[in-house]
Write a protein that binds this ligand. Structure first.
Ligand code: NAP
Ligand code: ZN
Ligand code: ZN
Length: 348
């Protein structure tokens, strides 16, 4: 077993604190990764505070992981010691179901091994995430990271990047289409960069008017303050696709009405409480409300390669792990520009 340092929370109202635990010895197909950077996703906060229910404590959050391979099992052939490696939201899945066979492991119909707040294939041993010094992952669930982009800025691609890239591909967004992005946070700013890079005309709908200059710098063509209903009325029937990235309760219908006929709103934000949908927001214009969760291993690699080729990475504020609790508070207030990333060197 490998002694590992990390930060964990012991319950929904506890702070994250130093926590020592053990990783398994790398098996034949495993890589041992020394973690260099880990992003702070709003999902970490939802789960650390048990907002979705069913959280497992103690919890070491973190699923936007970038590091360097420190050791490989004897049958590993995709990674060598010293190479960069990435880990996203899951580290294994059943490998047998139709979704796994289709490369859509995130929709596995069997047991998905979430990177943290989950259980290993034995369905008993808890998993611990990336707010830690090392992680051991099967090479088939480990991503290749190009050395081209700054690593701290690449880490958020492992969740925020793939969560926005996957629906853009699935719904075939391209040149000439109008995309709305609701909420300019970690997911939102990646949605803007990626959609703009694919030729879409992007409008940001935000509650924070101070983010307007950033939205334009990130590639948006337009910025609208969503708290004023008059601003939204002017955009009725406009968008081909809307990303809803909001982490808190909000009015879905106001956004649905901005879709053109046959337009799609993709819910990626995951507020804990149910949200009301007015039937007429959908039926009168044959609109669709869809959900989407992260992406499979193959598509995550495709996204990482796409970002390296197009020079796309996250805008980040790098922090030592000792500031993680304050970073959570600032993320909840919508203050982060646009992702906190932990430098794990601070654990040493
Ligand atoms: P984030 O960085 O905190 O961004 C969320 C943004 O939503 C904020 O920056 C803010 O943008 C807006 N917002 C916050 N509270 C609001 C409110 N009460 N009303 C209206 N707008 C509000 O969070 P994130 O990491 O991007 O994650 C966003 C959500 O996606 C979370 O619920 C997370 O769990 C979920 N998520 C889902 C997936 C998936 O696979 N589907 C993956 C990762 C995360 P403005 O200041 O611009 O208004
Ligand atoms: Zn995430
Ligand atoms: Zn499966």
């Amino acid at each position: 077993m490998l002694p590992t340092r990390g930060y964990a929370t012991n319950g929904p109202s506890s702070r994250l604190e130093p926590f020592n635990f053990e990783r398994r010895d790398p098996g034949p197909h495993d890589v041992l990764i020394e973690i260099l950077y880990c992003g702070i996703c709003h999902s970490d906060i939802h789960q650390a505070r048990d907002e979705w229910g069913g959280s497992i404590f103690p919890m070491v959050p973190g699923h936007e992981i970038v590091g360097r391979v420190a050791r490989v099992g004897p049958q590993v052939n995709r990674f060598m010691v010293g190479e960069l490696a990435g880990v996203g939201c899951f580290v294994d899945s059943c490998r047998r179901c139709a979704s796994c066979k289709a490369g859509l492991e995130q929709y596995c119909e069997g047991h998905v091994v979430w990177t943290y707040n989950g259980t290993e294939p034995d369905e008993k041993t808890p998993t611990y995430g990336g707010y830690s010094s090392y992680i051991v992952v099967d090479e088939h669930y480990t991503l290749k990271i190009s050395p081209k982009l700054p690593l701290a800025n690449v880490a958020p691609l492992l969740c925020a990047g793939i969560t926005t890239y996957s629906p853009l591909r699935h719904f075939q967004v391209g040149g000439g289409q109008r995309v709305g992005v609701v909420g300019l946070g970690g997911l939102g700013h990646m949605a803007v960069k990626l959609a703009a890079s694919m030729g879409a005309e992007v409008t940001v709908l935000s509650t924070s008017k101070t983010k307007a200059p950033d939205a334009r710098r990130l590639g948006a063509h337009d910025f609208v303050v969503s708290v004023d209903p008059k601003n939204l009325e002017a955009l009725a029937n406009r968008f081909d696709l809307i990303f809803d990235t909001v982490s808190a309760p909000h009015d879905l219908n106001a956004c649905l009405n901005l879709l053109r006929r046959d337009g799609v709103m993709v819910l990626v934000g995951a507020p804990a409480k149910p949200i009301e949908v007015q039937a007429f927001s959908l039926i009168l214009k044959r609109r669709r409300l869809a959900g989407s969760v992260i992406g499979g291993i193959h598509e995550t690699q495709e996204m990482l390669d796409y970002c390296a080729e197009h020079n796309i990475a996250s805008d980040v504020e790098v922090i030592p792990i000792q500031q993680v609790n304050e970073a959570y508070e600032r993320t909840i207030k919508g203050e982060v520009r646009y992702r906190f990333v932990i430098d794990l060197n601070s654990l040493k």
